[in-house]
Design a protein around this ligand. Structure first.
Ligand SMILES: [Zn+2]
Length: 259
């Protein structure tokens, strides 16, 4: 048990591990890894934004970060379990981010397959969200996602049941949403899938911002090529290997995420 894990959770990591199911502990470990990797990629926004994962039972409970923790401080035992209303089900003095409960709860409540939700505020993604045309087919990253992206206009800080419904209505059957003037929201049927979608989205946004800032005449692929790439990407299935690579590297670099 690290002192850091103890401080964040308010009680020993070993107590958390012994008080939850093996399945929940595994999800805690993987979600902590996701926080650490998001930090390593520079996708975090200090203590803000939130990543979550549904616990196996009851299915309307999910794990969120304690508000105030930097993403590289998150451990498996420091994550807080909440219900859809934001009631804390983990014994801790740490608060959760109410915006996180609203955004993530909206998806877990209405999408039974949602296992993991990622919400980010990266500069590149916020910049693209603020561009009227949204994500353009300027890169392979983008073309693998076009047709899978919803857009949600900014209406203020999400905090009410009405906001939650509006968010879900705009998402429709998509797994990726650009939150206009705000950031991104991605959900996956597994943590590996959510991570993979997030990786491509962040790469696509970074390329778009750089390409538009370059000032040169842009080469836009034909619609036929865009459509062809979309069909190809539907068969893409290496995301489990990509996620395993994250876990493998963290096991070497900062194994305390598992505490
Ligand atoms: Zn946000």
């Amino acid at each position: 048990m690290s002192d850091r894990a103890n401080n964040l959770a308010g009680f020993p990591a070993s107590t958390v591990r012994s008080s939850v199911s093996a399945e929940e502990w595994k999800i805690r470990v993987e979600l902590a890894a996701l926080y650490r990797w998001v930090h390593r990629r520079g996708w975090d926004d200090h203590i803000y934004t939130h990543l979550s994962a549904r616990v196996p039972a009851p299915v309307d409970h999910f794990l969120l970060n304690p508000l105030g923790s930097l993403f590289d401080e998150i451990t498996a035992s420091s994550l807080i379990k909440v219900d859809l209303q934001g009631n804390k089900l983990t014994e801790t003095d740490q608060p959760v981010n109410w915006g996180g409960v609203t955004i993530h709860g909206a998806l877990y409540e209405r999408i039974p397959e949602a296992a993991c939700v990622i919400h980010l505020h990266t500069t590149a993604a916020v910049a693209v969200s603020a561009q009227e045309h949204g994500l353009l087919p300027l890169s392979q990253f983008a073309m693998m996602l076009l047709g899978k992206i919803a857009y949600h206009d900014f209406t203020g800080l999400e905090a009410t049941p009405e906001d939650r419904q509006a968010l879900f209505d705009d998402l429709g059957d998509k797994q990726i949403m650009m939150l206009r003037n705000h950031g991104t929201l991605v959900w996956g049927k597994s943590m590996a899938q959510a991570f993979d979608l997030c990786l491509r989205l962040e790469n696509a946004c970074a390329v778009q911002v750089a390409a538009l800032a370059g000032g040169g005449k842009l080469k836009m692929p034909s619609q036929a090529i865009v459509d062809h790439t979309a069909i190809q990407s539907a068969k893409y299935s290496a995301f489990l290997r990509a996620w395993d690579a994250v876990l493998r590297r963290l096991d070497t670099l900062e194994p305390d995420y598992k505490t």
